[in-house]
Design a protein around this ligand. Structure first.
Ligand code: CMP
Length: 138
């Protein structure tokens, strides 16, 4: 089924010059990038983005981190792209991520895990709308 998902290359991925490597892996998987831009969230914008995690022990820390520098946000499109992209990035905790996944290869801790991907159709809709208007998605 044709889907869309939101992908983010987080501040650690951008500052470590991993933008090209992540995009190479996405495109190599046959996934199409239908929107992309570099943004820097402020603390409130990061809190809004991660509102489903409000109240969790890592909420303050992850919203500090996500507002600490620029991110590359992208909309990816394709058949079953939510699951396929999540397979490419690996588990949130890089120590439990499969070999050859982006997080296993590059993450340095559970928070600084290089990339984000939507986990459901419903969350993808919210997350895409958070950063992009329909006119920016091709
Ligand atoms: P992400 O997939 O962007 O979703 C929430 C983020 O919070 C997660 O990746 C991590 O960067 C961060 N995080 C930090 N600690 C945890 C944790 N214990 N469980 C889940 N996410 C965490």
């Amino acid at each position: 089924m044709k889907e869309r998902t939101l992908a983010i290359i987080k501040p650690d991925g951008v500052s470590r010059n991993l933008v090209g490597e992540v995009i190479r892996r996405i495109e190599g998987e046959g996934i199409r990038i239908s929107a992309a831009k570099m943004i820097r969230m402020d603390k409130d914008q990061a809190k809004g983005f991660y509102q489903v995690h409000e109240g969790k022990p890592f909420f303050e820390s992850v919203t500090d981190f996500m507002s600490s520098g620029p991110c590359l946000v992208m909309v990816l499109e394709g058949d079953d792209v939510i699951g396929r992209y999540r397979k490419l990035i690996g588990a949130t905790d890089y120590k439990r991520a499969d070999e050859g996944t982006i997080r296993r290869d590059f993450a340095t801790d559970i928070e600084k895990n290089i990339v984000h991907g939507s986990d459901s159709v419903e969350n993808a809709k919210f997350e895409i709308k958070y950063f992009f208007s329909e006119l920016e998605i091709f």
